[in-house]
Design a protein around this ligand. Structure first.
Ligand SMILES: [Ca+2]
Ligand SMILES: [Ca+2]
Ligand SMILES: [Ca+2]
Ligand SMILES: [Ca+2]
Length: 508
């Protein structure tokens, strides 16, 4: 067969060519031998293949590639809604890089992430950002939450705030604002604020069911309602680990209702508290409705009401199975309950004294703190606002009064200790100063805070610094009031008033 006959389109030298290749070869046909053309066509095909392979894949989300090192970046509501649309991504890693608002999605329009048949196995790092207005309404489906179903020991949701989520799953089971069903994975430092969650059974403000997973350093401020059983401010039912968590708001349902957890089948609940009001029929407790394992170092203060097995802290504790409640308290006044199946009743005043808790082995160095006589204990991770200078918690009249006292005061350079300054130079500061005497940056006893003269320092602590120190001895200067700009500028004035006004009545 002659080359020219075989050359007739669309077959060219025995190979089927696309229109592009045909055009190139047509141009060259008068100048190349058939062998040359064949070689040329091979090179062209190879070049095309290389071109196609080297084209970047269609960009997904707002960047990243879904690995742990380079998680997919989520910066918009559309990005967030894409995760649930692609089951292939449910073992990938994600990071939120901006606050996002999901108000555009109502009913069932938002794509929930993970399913019982295809659980989410990846990680989602909220990066301390917020997701606002997540809402989902459905009449009768189980496992509902922003993440429907998580199942993997390494799956993790962390550092995320859900603001004003609204979830109503009708007669569905296993429902929480953040996670419906959490199997083996972990939820760490996640918070629900001003939420509403309603379903039939196993309902929690944060997580519906904790199934051998871990919930740590998280909180829920929610109205949580179950038409039937297993309702908790934080989680409806738990067979896992819960620590460093709290709930506020309201939990109401039929049986097994608790301010924090409706029913604890298995696992330890420790260093937690509930201020949620609780109501239901049977197995109703301020912290836990029904406990079958271990509760330690917890307290509750919410109002509790029910018919049978009602307790200020725990409604029913399954002693026969070895279930325990240790070093835990409830406010026998605010709860309206003098009885509990475990725990120690305490007056409101007693609940606001640190020694009540430290005597029971609570850790007020790293786990808890308290505004004694004003407030109940809080978890150490609940950082106080910058302008919350003095007790009680929150930016209120006492903070304003303290601030006014510091008005126009200068911060003393010799106020070295304590670290957050006490506004005066006294023996405490002198001790630090003496320790650093004659030091330079090369010395083991160097402390740059003691190099206070000349202004800006001269890398030695000597007589010039001592002179300034003595001038400030027992003087009164600014301490906590200097909170702006940045780390403070040495004087308490209008720029410090701004953050106070901005956070007024917050953190209470
Ligand atoms: Ca305060
Ligand atoms: Ca001082
Ligand atoms: Ca100096
Ligand atoms: Ca200032």
């Amino acid at each position: 067969m002659s080359c020219l006959r075989r050359h007739s389109l669309p077959f060219l030298c025995g190979k089927k060519m696309g229109p592009l290749g045909a055009t190139f070869l047509t141009i060259g046909r008068n100048h190349f031998t058939c062998k040359q053309r064949r070689r040329f066509s091979r090179v062209l095909l190879l070049a095309l293949a290389v071109c196609l392979l080297s084209m970047p894949a269609e960009a997904k989300y707002s960047g990243g590639n879904g690995t742990l090192a380079e998680p997919y970046l989520i910066s918009t509501a559309e990005d967030m809604n894409l995760i649930g649309a692609d089951t292939n991504d449910w073992d990938k890693h994600f990071r939120l890089i901006d606050d996002i608002n999901l108000a555009a999605y109502t009913g069932t329009t938002f794509n929930l992430i993970g399913s019982p048949f295809n659980p989410f196995k990846g990680t989602f790092d909220g990066n301390n950002h917020s997701i606002l207005n997540f809402s989902y309404t459905i009449t009768a489906t189980d496992n509902i939450g922003l993440f429907r179903y998580i199942e993997d020991p390494n799956a993790e949701i962390k550092d995320l705030v859900l603001v004003a989520p609204q979830v109503n799953a009708g007669t569905g089971w296993f429902v929480g604002a953040l996670v419906g069903h959490l199997a083996h994975g972990s939820v760490n430092a996640c918070h629900v604020r001003d939420g509403y969650v309603s379903a039939q059974s196993v309902v929690g403000g944060l997580v519906g069911e904790n199934f051998y997973g871990r919930i740590e350093n998280s909180s829920s401020s929610c109205l949580v309602g179950g038409q039937a059983n297993h309702v908790g401010g934080l989680t409806g039912a738990s067979r896992g680990r819960i620590s460093g968590c709290y709930s506020t708001g309201e939990a109401s349902g039929g049986n097994y209702v608790g301010g924090l957890v409706g029913r604890n089948y298995y696992g330890r609940v420790s260093d937690c508290y509930s201020a949620s009001d609780v109501s239901g029929d049977d197995y109703i407790g301020g912290l836990l409705g029904y406990n079958a394992d271990e509760i330690a170092k917890c307290y509750s203060v919410g109002a509790v009401s029910g018919d049978v097995n009602v307790g200020g802290l725990v409604g029913y504790n399954f002693h026969f199975l070895g279930a325990t409640v240790s070093d835990s308290f409830w406010d026998s006044h605010t709860s309206g309950q003098t009885e509990s199946d475990g725990g120690t009743p305490m007056t409101t005043a007693g609940m606001k004294i640190e020694s009540t808790f430290t005597d029971a082995g609570w850790n007020f160095l790293t786990t808890w703190y308290i505004c004694e006589q004003f407030n109940y204990p809080r978890l150490a991770w609940q950082t106080r606002l910058l302008a919350d200078f003095v007790c009680p918690y929150g930016v209120e009249m006492n903070d304003l009064a303290a601030f006014v006292e510091q008005w126009l005061l200068l911060r003393l350079s010799a106020d070295i200790l304590p670290e957050d300054n006490d506004g005066t130079a006294n023996f405490l500061d002198y001790a630090a100063f003496a320790d650093a005497w004659q030091a330079t940056p090369a010395s083991p006893n160097w402390n740059p805070d003691c190099d206070i003269a000349p202004e800006g320092g001269d890398n030695v602590v000597n007589a010039a610094d001592l002179l300034v120190f003595l001038q400030q001895w027992l003087q009164f200067g600014a301490s906590y009031g200097d909170i702006a700009p940045g780390e403070g500028d040495g004087i308490v004035n209008l720029s410090d008033y701004t953050p106070l006004a901005d956070s007024w009545l917050q953190g209470l």
